[in-house]
Design a protein around this ligand. Structure first.
Ligand SMILES: *Cc1c(COP(=O)(O)O)cnc(C)c1O
Length: 235
């Protein structure tokens, strides 16, 4: 009992620290705090620790690995957690998560779109997704090349059970977060260009992690995905 309360106390303190930094970044950018969703990137974080953060008021969590997610989902199914999927997704795993996640951040290929569409149709759902863009065009990272984005988006529009809500990126790591700014700016401009060309409104930009989320907020992020800063170093 004592240990449990200690854990929760620390969780609330960590969450509050991040919260304050988000609020300050919003102020600098003249944006409202409500425009930015804080997502706890909870890979490798235990179910009991996720619960502590939930009790402090964090309700959106994102997972990267299907097996790990399914276990936590089961452990925590009595809580009203809004689960997102933020990692690379194999098509053959879509069926396990489709009824459990509200947003998939990592749509990056047509075969995956096809599978998501098929599985959401089967359960009568319209799955909300973000298209992942390889904004730094790094060989080591997933996501579409910026120049592939427009034709891909057009193709995804033909899937009736998928709704694209915006874009996601994992930019190159830079020691100085200010050097990441051009990548965030580029993603925002790509989103604006899509909105213009297709006469649509795309509400979300999922960008910014522990070391660069403040710059991301200044550049228009609507979802920041924070792991280390909230939960500590991953083991
Ligand atoms: C792990 C992860 C994060 C969080 O990274 P931190 O640097 O620990 O904040 C964000 N997004 C994705 C896709 C991740 O895999």
């Amino acid at each position: 009992m004592f240990l449990q309360e200690k854990g929760t106390e620390l969780a609330c303190k960590k969450l509050e620290e991040v919260e304050i930094r988000i609020r300050k970044a919003c102020e600098r950018a003249k944006r409202k705090r409500e425009e930015v969703i804080l997502l706890g990137a909870s890979k490798s974080v235990s179910s009991s620790k996720i619960k502590e953060y939930y009790q402090c008021g964090l309700s959106v969590f994102g997972e990267n690995r299907v097996q790990e997610f399914l276990k936590k989902y089961e452990d925590l199914k009595d809580l009203s957690i809004d689960w997102h999927f933020i990692g690379t997704l194999q098509s053959n795993k879509v069926k396990y998560i489709i009824d459990k996640v509200s947003l998939i951040h990592s749509l990056d290929r047509e075969s995956l779109a096809q599978e998501i569409n098929k599985r959401s149709q089967a359960i009568g759902k319209i799955q909300e997704v973000l298209i992942e863009v390889n904004i730094g065009e790094e060989a080591s990272k997933g996501g579409l090349k910026p120049e592939e984005l427009f034709s891909f988006y057009e193709r995804v529009l033909t899937f009736n059970n998928i709704k694209v809500l915006g874009l996601m990126c994992i930019p190159p790591y830079k020691e100085d977060p200010n050097e990441v700014r051009p990548y965030f700016e580029k993603l925002r401009k790509l989103k604006e260009k899509l909105e213009w060309e297709f006469s649509v409104k795309l509400p979300h930009l999922s960008m910014g992690m522990s070391h660069d989320f403040e710059v991301a907020i200044e550049e228009g992020a609507t979802i920041v995905r924070i792991g280390t800063l909230l939960f500590g170093k991953r083991t």
